[in-house]
Ligand binder design. Sequence first.
Ligand code: DGL
Length: 268
Amino acid sequence: MDKRPIGVFDSGLGGLTAVRELEEILPGESVVYFGDTGRVPYGTRSREAVRRYARQDMAFLIAHDVKAVLAACGTVSSTSADIGAQLPVPYFDVVAPTARAAARATRNGKVGVTGTNASIHSGAYVQALKTADPAVQVYPMACPLFVPLVESGFVSPEDPVTLLVAERYLASLREAGVDVLILGCTHYPLLSLAISRVMGPGVTLIDSGKEAALALGEALREKDLLCPPGIPRQAQYYVTDAPENFSAAAKLFLGHPVEGTRVDIEKY
Ligand code: DGL
């Protein structure tokens, strides 16, 4: 057993969808969360920039003595898995568990993948889906406006702006007949209701933050790395921009308020 916290990071707030899941499935586990709110979004940047940021974010978590690192960011997961694999603690990301869940869920073999520009252009989800099931037909779609919509609170399934953007991105996937849609960016689950409305009730949405958290929980259990009973849970949240803004927006993701602490990531 290992009482050290789990380290979770994202370019900003999206990774909190994985933390929310961890709170539910592993309520005894402490968490150190790092959200790079000063440099979000990652998804529109070059691969080199994302990899440099990912290296710093992981170094920050390792310096906080975590027992495992979860990249709860589709963009980092798609571009920087080799960096994570070199860490001195087990590394997890969203791509493989999400692809496995989608391959299991599809009935007609047609899977749509949404994500940031960087995630979709990396081809990582397509490759992971083909590994999970070579027969699956994959329909990728970059949805760059989804992140600013979520960060601006435009998450209601009644919001005409959100519905218009979702329709523009997703109509071709609906017409292709996908029966499973991967939400390959950890921000997107907040748009689930709007996305479902556009895709229709027959399409199963796969939440990448949730699938990653489930896979992490299983692995910690298997490796006997869960926290021993009786140790009070702690959660620390670190950000790189105004903590007040983070605290207000985090409530939308977690359903409860948290306090963020500002750090200088350039030191890592
Ligand atoms: N949470 C990030 C991801 O999952 C999206 C936000 C960004 O572009 O940085 O890719």
